[in-house]
Write a protein of this length. Sequence first.
Length: 296
Amino acid sequence: MHSEKNPVNEKSTPLFLILKIVFSVGLLGWVAYKIELWKIAETLKDVQWFYLFPALLAFGASKLISSIRLNYFFRDIELRMSEWENIKLYWIGMLYNSVLPGGIGGDGYKTWYLQKYYSQISWKRIAKAIVIDRVVGLLVLCLLATVLGIVLFFHFLFLLLAGIFLAVIVYVILIYRYFPRFSKNILNTFMLSLLVQLFQLLSALFIMYALDVNVGFLSYFFLFLLSSIATIIPFTIGGAGMREMVFLYCSSWFAIDMYSGISMVFIFYLLSMAGSLPGIFHLFTPGVSASQTNEI
């Protein structure tokens, strides 16, 4: 029944990992070449560190909500696991995405883990659930970026409302047309995706407070969302360098401080690394028990 070869078990080529490291370092090196690093150092030196704790909490909340959303999709394929087990798995996936990109990244680990402990469910169904979770998150991310773009560039309410309506219609059509199995929780997963991005924006806001940024919030938010979309390109380690590149080349369009923007996304990257650290502790905990597996 499950005789197909699971690609997650195959050895990932070290060449791809090396290329991603080189690409990430190259991007960061290019950003460093194009800016005056002492200005970044000056900006970071004056950080009000007490704002970073709520920023980390907001980021953690976004990931907690994201894990709950993923569990909705798991239940759609009849894979039932406790929220705590799911959160632990999500933390481990974050850790892998941060330090081991490529074929052994977080999504690959989750697919391998679930196929191992829930072997009655094919890896293809598990992989599809993980992919649709990514797709839904990306659609909502693009929706928010579009909304902010309309507000910044056009200032017309009816265009804003039309954009939101069109995005929701496209979202619903895509799910029902290409992923009908996952349409049952379409509203729940959409709202959870919205909350994920709002908490990430809240985290960015606290970082801006830490950097004493008090003007141009919408512009920073817009570029932050664009940089989040850019990190989806699978050529960097945890998106390192991609966010910085967006602020390097786009800050002048909105008359915001480039150095504050680059510092903000650099701190956000460090917080995301810190947020993945619980994955280290859960990586060595036992898997789900056989009794849990047989309940499905």
